[in-house]
Design a protein around this ligand. Structure first.
Ligand SMILES: Nc1nc2c(c(=O)[nH]1)N[C@H]1C(S)=C(S)[C@@H](COP(=O)(O)O)O[C@H]1N2
Ligand SMILES: [Mo]
Length: 199
């Protein structure tokens, strides 16, 4: 008999799932923030999308809640190697938010209330792949997890899902965000294990 790795067997077969390379399953929901949790009141909350020509689209909290919402159930993958399957959210699709936005931009720099930024191609926010989420498991999104609202882009490593998101800046050129400027991969596809620059 050959050598059997219990870790490999347990993760891959007992759960009946295949995870992106190097990831393990977790049942709890770890909190990962670069700094302290900003307390953002919904009374003053605003979300904006700014185009490359300077056109500003803005939503207050009541305006945002009045938009049609979706309830995606998605797998999330953190670059620190935990993955969580079938997480439940409510949010507004970026397809909905970008429908009225006229832009020739190819890139997005997301800015958060804590000063965090992350960049991604605009097309990765389209076609039912990204939301501004404001509920998790049926409850208002907790401040630690990015409440009142966070970006949710589950097909990329979770650092791209900016918590406490405040605005999306649409740009013609790609500008690295906080972790991307610090050596993380510019795109961050977990299935291609794009953790760091050069991966
Ligand atoms: N604004 C902001 N968004 C952020 C972060 C952050 O520090 N600030 N951390 C990122 C990282 S590295 C991860 S893994 C996820 C963690 O989300 P969670 O704390 O809800 O698990 O949020 C991402 N979004
Ligand atoms: Mo992360």
């Amino acid at each position: 008999m050959g050598i059997v790795s219990p870790g490999f067997h347990g993760r891959r077969r007992d759960e009946g799932v295949v995870l992106p390379p190097g990831q393990y399953l977790t049942k709890d929901f770890p909190v990962l923030s670069a700094g302290p949790t900003p307390r953002v009141a919904t009374e003053t909350w605003e979300f904006t999308i700014t185009t490359e020509t300077g056109e500003v689209h803005e939503w207050s909290w009541p305006e945002f809640l009045a938009l049609p919402s979706e309830t995606p159930a998605v797998d999330i993958h953190c670059v620190t190697k935990w993955s969580k399957l079938g997480t439940h959210w409510r949010g507004v699709s970026l397809d909905t938010l970008l429908a009225e936005v006229d832009s020739a931009a190819d890139y997005v720099l997301a800015h958060s209330y804590d000063g965090y930024t992350t960049n991604l191609p605009l097309e990765d926010l389209l076609d039912g792949r990204a939301w501004i989420a404001y509920e998790s498991d049926g409850d208002p999104l907790e401040p630690e997890h990015g409440g009142p609202a966070r970006l949710l882009v589950p097909h990329l490593y979770f650092w791209k899902s900016a918590k406490w998101v405040h605005d999306l800046e649409l740009t013609l050129t790609d500008e690295p965000g906080f972790w991307e400027a610090g050596g993380y991969h510019n795109y961050g596809d977990p299935w291609r294990e794009q953790r760091y620059q050069g991966d």
